[in-house]
Design a protein around this ligand. Structure first.
Ligand SMILES: NC(=O)c1ccc[n+]([C@@H]2O[C@H](COP(=O)([O-])OP(=O)(O)OC[C@H]3O[C@@H](n4cnc5c(N)ncnc54)[C@H](O)[C@@H]3O)[C@@H](O)[C@H]2O)c1
Length: 247
């Protein structure tokens, strides 16, 4: 079995790769893993250091917008797990163009390459932020998409593109929408590592909005383990996680 993991040098993607190559997912036990990563500021080779010498790991530096590269990589691939994205909300507020390029155009380029190559399953990792804001309670996955930030809008656009490739071309797509993740290897611009690193050095913690703005979260282990990569997983084109707000 051959698996392509986009964004596999980032926070959650590298967690998935480390866990997969250490045998955490029995159905992928013998799979070879190709990490495709552009190594932006968020991609870090050190995130893959524990498995760097693994015989079933290949790391390809490259861009998900690069159609010819994707066509070359995608042949004989059984599964694509798509983590690659511009992922930081604040950066999207400062400048949104790269978010549209990578998250929307990059996802579409990847979907097309997967369709052309007849890939068996495409897992598109999205976010609960596509639903917008909720004061209390929980969303279901059928709630309308009401993204607030350019980041969330770009992810919502990519979700719709992924579902369109399923409906139009029959590509076996799953879209997942997890809430905020935290855990080891997370880039310190995100809320929890930022808070911790600032507190450790005696600095104040910046907090905009209300105390509840960040809502609930899950560890990267929870997210990676819940992905519907298995051939026996749920129906394609459904999300597997609902978003939850503080009650
Ligand atoms: N971290 C969270 O709390 C969270 C919550 C919900 C959903 N998500 C989603 O999960 C996925 C992974 O998030 P993360 O926190 O690990 O992100 P991250 O920013 O840590 O990692 C993103 C990775 O994608 C790579 N990348 C960026 N642009 C690329 C391109 N054009 N081509 C190839 N690689 C590229 C980066 O180099 C990096 O390795 C994203 O799609 C994000 O939207 C994250």
């Amino acid at each position: 079995m051959r698996v392509i993991v986009t964004g596999g040098a980032g926070f959650i993607g590298s967690h998935f790769v480390r866990r997969q190559l250490s045998g955490a997912y029995p159905e992928l036990a013998d799979a070879s893993v190709v990490v495709l990563d552009k190594f932006t500021y968020a991609g870090n080779e050190a995130n893959l250091a524990p498995v760097a010498d693994h015989p079933r790991l290949t790391v390809v530096p490259g861009d998900i917008c690069d159609g010819p590269l994707l066509a070359a990589l995608m042949a004989k691939t059984d599964l694509v797990v798509h983590f690659a994205a511009e992922s930081h909300v604040d950066r999207s507020i400062a400048s949104a163009a790269e978010f549209v390029r990578t998250n929307v155009l990059g996802t579409q380029t990847l979907l097309q390459a997967a369709h052309d190559a007849g890939v068996g399953r495409f897992v598109h990792v999205s976010t609960d932020e596509v639903y917008g804001t909720i004061d209390r309670g929980a969303w279901t996955e059928d709630e309308p998409l009401l993204p607030n930030s350019p980041y969330a809008a770009s992810k919502a656009s990519s979700d719709l593109m992924a579902v369109a490739y399923h409906r139009t071309h029959g590509l076996p797509v799953c879209v997942t929408r997890c809430s905020n993740n935290y855990g080891p290897y997370q880039f310190p611009e995100k809320a929890i590592p930022r808070f911790i690193t600032r507190l450790m050095s005696g600095q104040a913690v910046p907090c905009t909005g209300t105390a509840c703005t960040y809502g609930t979260g899950c560890t990267s282990t929870t997210t990676a383990g819940a992905l519907p990569w298995s051939p026996r997983a749920a129906t394609p084109a459904r999300s597997t996680t609902s978003a939850v707000a503080p009650s």
